[in-house]
Design a protein around this ligand. Sequence first.
Ligand code: FAD
Length: 385
Amino acid sequence: MEYFLSEQQKEIKNLARTIAEEKILPVRAELDEKEEFPWEIMKVLADTDMFGVFIPEEYGGLGGGVFDMCLVVEELSRVCSGVAVSYAASGLGTFTLLGYGTEEQKRKYLPDIASGRKLTAFGLTEATAGSDAGGIKTTAQRTSGGYILNGTKQFITNGGDAELYTIIALTAKEKGPRGASAFLVEKGAPGFSFGRKEKKLGIRTSSTRELVFEDCFVPEENIIGREGMGFILTMKLLDRSRPGLGAQAVGLAQGALEAAVDYARQRIQFGHPIIALQAIQLMLADMAIQVEAARALVYAAARTIDSGAKNFTLGSAMSKVFASDTAMKVTTDAMQIFGGVGYMRDYPIEKMFRDAKITQIYEGANQVLRTAIAFELRKTKGMRD
Ligand SMILES: Cc1cc2nc3c(=O)[nH]c(=O)nc-3n(C[C@H](O)[C@H](O)[C@H](O)COP(=O)(O)OP(=O)(O)OC[C@H]3O[C@@H](n4cnc5c(N)ncnc54)[C@H](O)[C@@H]3O)c2cc1C
């Protein structure tokens, strides 16, 4: 399909593909096995300006948007979803600053983010607050010149490896959802440490870790937006970041589809390659249709956001749900086509299958997003604009 990329977007996509094939492919099994953060790859992505694709030129970026980031994420994920999410989490950790930070905050942090010198992360989830973000307990108490943070965030991607964290904490507990605020917290801030590192089913090269705040002082100039805006900013952030997750799912599904076609062409049973069997052909055709449909939805959602549209909640949620369900379905079918060897670690399908599951869970579990989509439909009576 032709998606009419600009010259710059074609270059970004091609470069991301080259990096994925030349630098990630040879080490992806090892990174997964050792559960090591992919620092070498992050350095390559930094040196090639990949962290700047969605950051305006005046802050050292390439001036693109969410769509450009999706192109990179998709290409990385086609080879390794764990690397892709380590990269994409930087979008998650940066979009709030980008959209709602002060000029001073942007000048202070964005150039280092664009150059890849500082990785970022976003911390909302807690033991008591997953889908129900209103259940957070981390507090930010006003003090002279700033705030004192106390609490523990859980399951934070890039936790421990990122240098800059966007943290959601309660500045006014009694106000419930209107009592949360967003803060920029630097690694190394006194009272900020890292707790348990999770051992995961998939995306094992990415780090998922607890963030622990014990009387951690954050200066007042590090609040993003105003007190009480924390949840509104979070909803806006997730609307903006979900196509990136969709791109992760599309890349993963694309990688699985290609591997399945390759395998079906060379696996001989009953005297012929199994791709000659109609049962296999129909599966492959369905997989290809689903991947392309997911890609089209993700690209459309990302481009809608970049167009400056005011409301993109519906498309953004749809793209994440559809692409992640597609990744799960396509990697499952790809494993079926591989038969027994697909279940073995010697072949990449086993990893892709494990990596796919998380896309249905994080950045809004698909059940929750389906509910949000239905809510939007009720508001608009299901009408398109
Ligand atoms: C690998 C990994 C990386 C992550 N990275 C980050 C990160 O960087 N930053 C961050 O802040 N968080 C992160 N998370 C947290 C992630 O976003 C949450 O796990 C996710 O939102 C789901 O929350 P939960 O795990 O508490 O599940 P729960 O909310 O407990 O949900 C359990 C089940 O109940 C269903 N459910 C819950 N509420 C409803 C509802 N209202 N309607 C229908 N069904 C419902 C869910 O769909 C799910 O099936 C990460 C998680 C993982 C596993």
